[in-house]
Design a binder for this molecule. Structure first.
Ligand code: HPA
Length: 246
């Protein structure tokens, strides 16, 4: 069964034919909301809104451990994350969809491992390639089949938030090699790897990053809403196609 974690702009998956909702608890607390089970293109899938169904949980307060644990407990076999991002690379304009292939983690103070000593021995997972390549390839194939253009590869910078970045911070991220900036990619991806759940992401560029192009003088939220809404229609199409051909 596929799990989909929806971010800003995707707090509901309208294409999912809902069968049931399940409130669950984990050893790490409660996930962001009830798990929504249903079928997508005839295949069972489970959906979770990362920021809660009312979009009330900011990126640094999301219980990433509970979310990933709950999906594993629900017998998910893979996770596709949908997340809005800012575009640093010039060709990553608002409305662009990217399947990233690398991550740089700038977050701090988040619970970022299931293995914290005590009864559970410390573990160091291999994270050379943070996204599951097979899942990425399936997503790329689904996008092509859905007739939606997506970029194959990009370096995602995970920032602490919830504020957006300064122009100088974006310049630094670019020097570091980042192409996209968001706030929720980590520790989510690492936690999925710890539980051996294949994980890949669809990043939706909803604005140019601070100081870049149309965001040179600031980031305007009214235009973000519109871009996000339109792009999520395309994301839903890709997810449906993914389920159809997976
Ligand atoms: N920065 C960080 N996170 C984001 C942005 C951004 O510009 N846009 C959407 N999520």
């Amino acid at each position: 069964m596929l799990a989909i974690i929806g971010g800003s702009g995707l707090t509901q998956l309208s294409t999912l034919e809902v069968m049931r909702r399940e409130v669950c608890r984990t050893p790490f607390g409660e996930p962001s909301g009830a798990l929504t089970f249903g079928t997508l293109a005839g295949k069972t899938a489970v959906f979770l809104a990362r920021h809660g169904y009312g979009h009330t949980i900011p990126p640094h307060l999301v219980n990433y451990r509970a979310n990933i644990w709950a999906l594993k407990q629900a017998k998910a076999k893979a996770i596709i994350s949908v997340a809005s991002v800012g575009g640093i690379r010039e060709d990553f304009a608002p409305g662009t969809l990217v399947i990233p292939d690398q991550i740089i983690d700038y977050t701090w103070g988040r619970k970022s491992t299931f293995f914290e000593g005590g009864d559970t021995p410390v573990r160091h997972i291999d994270f050379t390639h943070p996204y599951d390549d097979k899942l990425r390839q399936q997503l790329l194939a689904a996008s092509a089949a859905a007739g939606e253009h997506v970029f194959d590869g990009g370096v995602y910078a995970s920032m602490q938030g919830p504020r957006l970045e300064t122009a100088a911070e974006i310049n630094r991220l670019e020097r570091d090699g980042a192409h996209l900036v968001g706030m929720t990619g980590m520790p989510e991806a690492a936690l999925a790897r710890e539980l051996e759940l294949p994980y890949a992401a669809i990043n939706v560029v909803v604005n140019y990053a601070a100081g870049r192009s149309s965001s040179e003088h600031g980031i305007h939220f009214d235009s973000i809403e519109l871009v996000m809404h339109e792009a999520m229609v395309r994301v839903r199409r890709i997810l449906e196609e993914f389920c159809r051909i997976a």
